[in-house]
Design a protein around this ligand. Structure first.
Ligand code: GDP
Length: 140
């Protein structure tokens, strides 16, 4: 059965462009409930650990530099079928390929600076949520 939680970050490009409020409105309008949230600036070590799964990819260095270039909003979201529904809400990695009405279509600058992160599986949602939040930071 699909888990009902996913993990997101509003990435530095979207924070810098003052899109936090618009993106949170899209998320809650789509039926997601916020279970935990923080505004934070990742360290290089944080970003390297969070994206360790991509460390062999040619853009790893660029990805880490981008993710530490400014603050992010990290959040745990709840909804039935959360992981898949959130991936649908944010759209394809590259905004040029993202469907109309998706977060990335509206707010992403490029494939690299693509406004939001969304977990790609229930297992990664749990790992990523645990990386950013302790149990007592999550609303029951
Ligand atoms: P996602 O699951 O849609 O976020 O996409 P991926 O897991 O494939 O990539 C992780 C993140 O790496 C993306 O969200 C982008 O921020 C970044 N990324 C993906 N492809 C590229 C690329 O070709 N160049 C750079 N610089 N960053 C990329």
């Amino acid at each position: 059965m699909a888990s009902n939680r996913t993990f997101t970050m509003i990435k530095p490009d979207a924070v810098e462009a003052n899109h936090i409020g618009h993106i949170l409105a899209m998320i809650t309008d789509a039926g997601f409930t916020i279970k935990a949230m923080k505004f934070t600036h990742l360290s290089r070590k944080d970003a390297e650990t969070f994206y360790a799964v991509h460390k062999e990819r040619p853009f790893f260095g660029e990805l880490v530099d981008y993710m530490i270039s400014g603050p992010v909003v990290a959040a745990i979201l709840e909804k039935d079928n959360a992981v898949a529904d959130f991936r649908n809400l944010i759209g394809a990695t590259d905004p040029a390929e993202a469907a109309e009405g998706t977060v990335r279509k509206k707010y992403a600058e490029s494939k690299a600076k693509n406004a939001v992160h969304g977990s790609d599986s229930d297992d990664n949602a749990a790992i990523e949520s645990g990386f950013h939040f302790s149990e007592r930071e999550i609303v029951g």
